[in-house]
Design a protein around this ligand. Structure first.
Ligand code: C2E
Ligand code: MG
Ligand code: MG
Ligand code: MG
Length: 283
């Protein structure tokens, strides 16, 4: 009997594994053609100054819409794009398209907001990445200070000298360097001294229970205090309620992002939000 159970488990395992592998291969193959087939779409999420409620920037969030299939969220395909190296051409397209869009908004006479673009480790290993960023901004007539590049804590642990070199090159360009999902990774605080970041993004996991968990308030207060001492801007991720927004503002967090203000939206909707300048809450 026990043997049967074991065998069944094994069958379940192989079935799951096969399904996982098939699915992964399916995504990988589709992703190879996604750019050429124009299936990639950018959504934008406003970043809001908590004191004035003005939109000061937006984060660019990639979506994949394969022909005749449902929209695929980034968590399902970005890791595969990173493993296969496809993130390099895809990420280059994201930066170019987002800069093109920002220049288009500028041309409509709206306030000059910042653009925050997520960048993955394989992109930072490209020796020409800094040149590509500089050339792309120039091509669209944008000043370098308009761009914020978000990297996760994993880059701090990476020993690759090329990554350090790229990050330094980006800082020299005068773009803003942002540490995403801060507090969730394994990087020690001391790594912050070795890289010149401009922004700390407080991870959503600290924000979601904020209003009922005093420990989270303590942690956020500490993060904000460190950030202030190091002259870093703090951006809180995942603000979903007025209560969380008020507490963060009280704690001295300057900028916030989350469903409370707006979900990530297509470019057209984001353009309308920028035109309104101050975020109008629907709740
Ligand atoms: P991230 O950079 O930390 O982006 C924030 C994620 O939190 C987004 O998920 C956003 O939709 C979600 N979010 C924002 N506000 C709220 C909120 O109030 N509540 C909740 N529950 N979630 C909120 P999304 O768009 O699914 O992206 C997931 C991750 O995929 C991103 O996390 C980023 O790491 C990666 N990603 C997205 N676009 C790109 C890209 O162009 N390049 C790279 N390399 N990675 C990307
Ligand atoms: Mg991000
Ligand atoms: Mg994040
Ligand atoms: Mg994240």
């Amino acid at each position: 009997h026990a043997k049967d159970v074991g065998r069944n488990n094994f069958q379940f395992f192989t079935a799951d594994f096969n399904q996982w592998a098939t699915n992964r291969l399916h995504i990988e193959n589709g992703l190879r053609h996604a750019l050429a087939r124009k299936e990639l779409v950018l959504h934008y999420q406003p970043q809001v100054d908590l004191a004035s409620m003005r939109i000061v920037g937006c984060e660019v969030l990639l979506r994949w819409q394969p022909q005749g299939e449902a929209l695929i969220p980034p968590d399902r395909f970005i890791p595969i794009a990173e493993d296969t190296g496809l993130i390099v051409p895809i990420g280059a397209w994201v930066l170019d398209e987002a800069c093109r869009q920002l220049a288009e908004w500028d041309a409509q006479g709206t306030a000059p907001i910042r653009l925050a673009v997520n960048v993955a480790v394989p992109q930072l290993r490209q020796p020409d990445f800094v040149d590509y960023v500089r050339d792309t901004l120039a091509r669209h007539g944008l000043s370098n200070a308009r761009l914020e590049i978000e990297v996760t804590e994993s880059v701090l642990l990476d020993q690759d000298e090329r990554i350090r070199h790229t990050l330094e090159g980006l800082v020299e360009l005068g773009i803003m360097l942002s540490l995403d999902d801060f507090g969730t990774g394994y990087a020690s605080l001391s790594y912050l001294r070795n890289f010149r970041f401009d922004v700390l993004k407080i991870d959503r996991s600290f924000v979601s229970e904020l209003h009922r968990n005093p420990d989270d308030i303590t942690l956020i207060r500490a993060i904000i205090s460190i950030a202030r001492d190091m002259s870093l801007l703090t951006i809180a991720e995942g603000i979903e309620s007025a209560e969380q927004c008020a507490i963060l503002n009280e704690l001295g967090c300057r900028v916030g992002q989350g469903f409370h203000f707006s979900r990530p939206v297509p470019a057209g909707v984001m353009g309308e939000l920028i035109t309104q300048d101050v975020i109008a809450l629907t709740t």
